[in-house]
Design a protein. Sequence first.
Length: 448
Amino acid sequence: MVKIIVSDSVWCQIVEGKEFLFPILSYQSETHKKVQYGTKRIVKRKFLISELKKGDFFYTGFLYRVQKYCKENNIPLKIEDPHGTMEPLFPENEPHVEGKYIRKGKWSYQYDLISKAIISQRGIIKAATGSGKTTMMLGIISCYPSLSTLFLCNTHTPITQFKKTLALSGLNQPIDIFTIQSFYRKKPKEYKDKYGMILIDEVHDGLRTFNSMYAKVLKNSCALIRLGFTATLPDDPVARLAMEGLLGPVIDELTIQEGIDMKVLSKPKIIIKKLPDNPELKDSRSYRDVYVNGVVKNRAMTRQIILDAIEDSKTGPVLILVTEIEHGEEIVSMAERIFKRKIVFAQGKTDKDLRENIRQGMISGDIDIVIGTAVFKKALDVPNLVSVILGFGGKSDTQTIQAIGRGTRNVDGNKGQVIIRDYFNPSHVHLIRQFSYRLCLYIDEGWI
């Protein structure tokens, strides 16, 4: 017998049967410890049950997995909810966003996802980039005009876009909009009972541990509706657990392929070019040295990126994505010295208003080629992008899909495909291995 009391929107207390829950409320942790002749792999189980002063607790977001586990294993389960934390908040209105048609036509999936989010009231909506997550968030907000809402994200770009869409939505209820960095500085007593709903955009990018800024804010809030939106789930299993525990499980998903089939998204056309072999790189042992000399300061790669960008820009705006500022500067410098082309470079220190001006310039056609670091790898809305150049390498599926998503937007349904350029460097095993991860992603998704 397992007996649980739902204390609030953050914690559930285990009153009886804790031993039954260890398999479902624990995970395998792997660490590496430095020893005399290398590293030692250490594997152990960590528990998601917290021994607090009042007893044994777990995050309320895990309640669904506890219910499912007990049902599948015929374990009697009794849940007490004295404060009505898990009782649904019935919507006061039908979902509506002025100027958006979310109930009929190719955008009707938005209404379906909004409806499922309202039923669940906590969890993750996983929807491909370009599927209209901002519209979905506003649709959810429209259902609860009497609730005060908090919108959070990790960077200023999605805030700017959210505010613009909000201004045209016809909604006039209380909505506070912050980056997590600025909101985190507030004292918990200022917001503990203030919000009935918390919405987090690009949630995969900040809620990565149980002690992150997002986690601490969510632990200190009594908001009953708490939803995260993302195009990709993080590769790290601990990050996924943090998202589930503090928000809830994945509610539903719209995949990239589904978006392509509905002509909501453009299909990526992957073009891969092989770079010249550099024998001197093969002797490098440090990954840092390999990345700097094989990517950041690789003149052959820089030259090819510029040539490809110039070619693609003949039909529309092009986005070049890099990881390091020095890499962007190398591209800007070579483009100006050798090709007599000025390329705009947006990075972390670029003022948010200037970033928005750059985005608008790409949409209008006044700016044809832009280099972006992390600030433009996510939440950049330029529907007319014709090409995205992946200049950063790496092996992360999450990072690669987020980058490709910058170009898959297909608002008017007329952009059948978007060019995605990648580069194979055969000069070192690190670069070969990382490219193989990206290649497998392209194959798995049916893009190549």
